[in-house]
Design a protein around this ligand. Structure first.
Ligand SMILES: Cc1cc2nc3c(=O)[nH]c(=O)nc-3n(C[C@H](O)[C@H](O)[C@H](O)COP(=O)(O)OP(=O)(O)OC[C@H]3O[C@@H](n4cnc5c(N)ncnc54)[C@H](O)[C@@H]3O)c2cc1C
Length: 437
């Protein structure tokens, strides 16, 4: 069987890998000039900048880890402790660890009653039903009660735990106000918090997509090949890219949801089309601030998370990448990632964002000489987010697709490489099953 895969992010690459593993032919089309999607790497002045994703989460990313093990690459992962500190409004610092989220309970601004509430809610969550896999949209859909994460956190954890525990963690992961997020994903994450360990491939997260397609014949990987249209061709499907048409028995569309909606418009119901179009993507910006000489070689933590600001804050997290991924910087250099929250971006120019990033870096880690360069990654549509009702709405789309077409992408759950890989494997396996004799 010949399966065409549209989109070369982790979802599409996982689909291609799965098809190829089953001894069928996979043909991949990627619009940009390299694969990797929002995980791809960009090289500038000797620095390896991640355009998007930063880390894997160990036991919480079971399919990603299983594929890395299967491909023989798992031992190459570089572990990262994610040692962090909360930076309060008055510049007080509180050490925490992102791979040990219960370390947040030690933050000194929390009172005994707050810690008790954290413990009680943690225990209650642990024993209550919830999604076993935080990246399986179908499972998440079952536990979506329409509640948003801010209301849930304030009600069950209280205002201080909301500000000093839930908000910094979610600011770091999603950079949108918690009232825009539904609850099943973070609840599933908390239930499995003991499985979290952070790591990154030596060349950055984008390397995962490279590994997934490394054994595909090069003529089957088409980059700089945006698919403009798909059409039925008897029992087969045709895709059109760069003025040529290609025929396949089945198609996996692993692009962003709105691109999939456009490609499928004439083959799906208005309802299914609308569900895909309604998938929210938030504006996103992060800034890479590069220093040829590390201004803070002895700084004790990897990440600074601002807390304690009433209302929206500009920046959700600042990360010393040289610690996370030593090979991403030239010897003795340092690279800081400054991750902005979505709401303030609407009123900020590119220069505002870059200036604010450098200012925040100096505040977080200490005054430094001017950086070697400041590189802004600004996405009009950066991260998918799961609002209350999101998973149910999208889960239904799987049943509304034409024959031999499947969709993959992180948007079926709550973003993340695991969500993408899980969905890519699922789409490919559905197709392989439907063609089995
Ligand atoms: C700043 C940032 C930080 C992040 N941090 C993390 C993290 O630390 N850990 C983590 O797990 N996740 C993280 N993520 C999320 C992660 O990057 C995404 O969940 C993941 O990349 C989604 O993979 P995907 O394959 O579904 O989509 P994408 O990566 O978006 O890939 C889709 C691909 O489809 C291609 N495409 C679009 N249209 C067409 C077309 N017509 N024809 C052909 N190709 C097309 C696109 O060019 C793209 O390459 C982060 C994301 C961002 C933006």
């Amino acid at each position: 069987m010949k399966v065409i895969i549209i989109g070369g992010g982790p979802a599409g690459c996982a689909a291609a890998y799965t098809v190829q593993k089953a001894n069928h032919e996979a043909i991949l089309f990627e619009a940009s000039d390299t694969i990797g999607g929002r995980t791809k790497q960009l090289h500038r002045e000797g620095f390896n900048l991640g355009t998007g994703a930063l880390f894997l989460m160990g036991g919480i990313y079971p399919r990603t880890m299983a594929l890395l093990r299967e491909m023989g690459h798992i031992k190459k992962l570089v572990p990262w402790k994610g040692a962090s500190e909360l930076m309060d409004e008055d510049n007080s610092r509180y050490p925490v660890r992102l791979d040990k989220i219960f370390s947040f309970a030690k933050v000194p601004t929390l009172r005994s009653i707050d810690r008790l509430r954290l413990l009680a809610t943690g225990i209650r969550l642990f024993f209550s039903p919830g999604a076993k896999n935080p990246f399986n949209g179908s499972q998440l859909a079952t536990f979506d009660r329409g509640e948003n994460l801010e209301d849930w956190s304030r009600k069950h954890l209280g205002a201080r735990n909301y500000e000093y525990v839930m908000r910094p963690i979610m600011d770091f992961l999603y950079a949108v106000p918690l009232r825009q997020l539904s609850t099943p994903f973070p609840k599933a994450l908390i239930k499995q918090a003991h499985k979290i360990s952070l790591s990154t491939p030596p060349q950055g997260i984008g390397q995962i997509s490279d590994w997934l397609v490394e054994h595909m014949p090069s003529e089957n990987v088409h980059v700089s090949a945006p698919v403009e249209r798909i059409a039925r061709d008897g029992d087969c499907w045709q895709v059109f890219a760069n003025g040529r048409s290609f025929s396949g028995d089945a198609v996996v569309i692993a692009t962003e949801a709105f691109v999939a909606a456009g490609l499928l418009q004439e083959f799906i119901s208005p309802d299914a089309h609308q569900r895909l179009m309604d998938t929210p993507y938030t504006e996103y910006a992060h800034v890479a601030v590069a220093y040829e000489e590390d201004p803070w070689p002895d700084y004790p933590v990897d990440i600074v998370l601002p807390v304690g600001v009433d209302g929206e804050r500009d920046v959700g997290a600042m990360v010393l990448h040289g610690r996370r991924s030593p090979t991403s910087v030239p010897e003795g250099a340092q690279l800081v990632g400054v991750y902005f929250n979505t709401p303030p971006l609407a009123d900020m120019s590119d220069d505002d964002i870059k200036n604010q990033a450098v200012k925040q870096v100096n505040k977080a880690f200490g005054q430094a000489p001017p950086p070697q360069f400041v590189h802004l990654f600004r996405y009009e549509k950066g991260l998918t987010i799961a609002k209350p009702g999101h998973y149910q709405s999208l889960d239904k789309v799987h049943d509304l697709l034409p024959p031999h077409i499947r969709l993959a992408g992180d948007y079926f759950s709550q973003a993340g490489v695991e969500a993408a890989i899980y969905s890519g494997e699922r789409a490919a396996n559905d197709i392989l099953k439907s063609h089995a004799p």
